[in-house]
Design a binder for this molecule. Structure first.
Ligand code: DX5
Ligand code: ZN
Length: 223
């Protein structure tokens, strides 16, 4: 499968979101990555439903909504109504993860599970068959523009092996500090979706960065 690129709108220009959404619409990116933070699960607050609804109105590509919030099960249906196509909850925030995954699927959305940097991929062994996406956090969630944690690479390889052994359809998404400097190693390790915030929106030429991220490995078969 050709990998996907998901620019993270957390790094977009909020004084002119339309401009950045149009840019991504015109690019060969695949999804909009949308970070929701509650100031409880993570030490930062981002935005909620009304902004996501507005984003959905501007987006011509699916919204990949990453919930960095406690008790996400309280809001799944609302995020779906706002236009979320993929809904990702944190393993660390879900004591009844299996039920929460079922709840996401019942809305018709794809279900993702995110793992903080300290959480081993082995915690997913009994749920990997039921999920559509695993988001491996390669920074501590809460802020854009942080440094990539290199211990992520062996985690991606382990997860890829687990997915193959369990015959799961889950995509592996990498979130945090991703850019042209590490994208190729991540893809070689087994990544399917590259989330990039600062690397795209803080670049002089965001369209060029998106297209370079998208074209990595185009002429090489490395997975
Ligand atoms: C971090 C968020 C990321 C963030 C990535 O908590 O989940 O999606 O926007 O930003 P960069 O690519 O700048 O690290
Ligand atoms: Zn994210």
């Amino acid at each position: 499968m050709k990998h996907l690129v998901a620019p993270s709108v957390l790094a977009a220009d909020f004084s002119n979101l339309k401009k950045d959404f149009d840019l991504v619409n015109q690019s060969n990116a695949d999804w909009f990555h949308v970070d929701v933070m509650d100031g409880q699960f993570v030490p930062n607050i981002s935005f909620g439903m009304s902004i996501i609804k507005t984003m959905h109105g501007m987006a011509e590509k699916p919204l990949d909504v990453h919930l960095m919030i406690l008790q996400p099960e309280k809001y799944i249906e609302q995020f779906r109504e706002c236009g979320a196509e993929v809904i990702t909850v944190h393993y660390e925030a879900c004591p009844h993860l299996h039920r929460t995954i079922q709840q996401i699927h019942a809305t018709g959305a794809q279900a993702g599970v995110a793992l903080n940097p300290h959480t081993p991929v082995s915690v997913l062994e009994n749920i990997i068959e039921y999920i559509d996406l695993v988001c491996i956090m390669s920074v501590n969630p809460g802020f854009g523009g942080q440094k990539f944690i290199y211990e992520t690479l062996p985690k991606v390889k382990k997860l890829k092996d687990m997915i193959i052994v369990k015959n799961s359809k889950a995509k592996i998404e990498i979130d945090g500090g991703v850019g042209l400097q590490n994208a190729e190693s991540l893809l070689k390790a087994g990544a399917d979706v590259l989330v990039a915030g600062s690397a795209v929106f803080k670049a002089d030429d965001p369209l060029d960065v998106i297209s370079r991220l998208k074209n990595i490995g185009k002429d090489t078969l490395f997975v």
